[in-house]
Design a protein around this ligand. Sequence first.
Ligand SMILES: Cc1ncc(CO)c(N)n1
Length: 236
Amino acid sequence: MSTLPAPPAGGFCAEAWDRTAGLQKAIEEHPFNVALADGSLQRDVFAFYIVQDARYLVGFAQALSAAAARADDAVDAAFLAGAAQGALIEERRLHAGYVAEFGLTDEEIAGIDTSPTCLGYTSYLRACALTESYPVLLAAILPCFWVYQHVGSTILDATGDIDGHPYKAWITTYADDEFAEAVLSARELTDKVAARADEATREQMFAAFARATEYEWLFWNSAWIKETWPTAKFLA
Ligand SMILES: Cc1ncc(CO)c(N)n1
């Protein structure tokens, strides 16, 4: 499975994707993803992205753990807790990969500031976990799954033969069947919870889905521009 089947018509996911179609296209066409797809992405830009992404994955795992704690169904709780573990395993893998791939020492990594966008996105997910309802939290989490699977599979479909591609590991991680299964589960769960939510909650869910998708765009963009804190110089 590379490209996912469309979500069931009339459900939350189908409408959420529809409402964000322009943004999803902008994500596909972002220069970072275009360069990632054709292999021309500069190594230092990718390294910046990977360091930020490892930090992002910790926040994502915290939001997933909070959702697991609030799930009223054991199967759903197991899925969410498993996804939290998966995100943390991926964080550890990326961490180990820094040294091997980019030759970054622990000290160098510690010296890289978490970018404003990375902090913004993870803080948003943590805030949803703490102050929003379970359905809204799920809607905020969903783009983290779905947008990545979409980008990974779109790149894989466009690339065809991936052997020898400099970013093969990244592309195949997000285009593989295991990740696709997780995305399908996340979509089904969100559709189920949205179907029993009231209209006001559903609207909040759409807003959270759109905001998190905006953060996905911002995250790639922040790596592309190697975003730093413009205020850092005042503290030096
Ligand atoms: C920013 C971001 N969003 C989603 C994923 C997929 O889990 C990721 N690794 N990073």
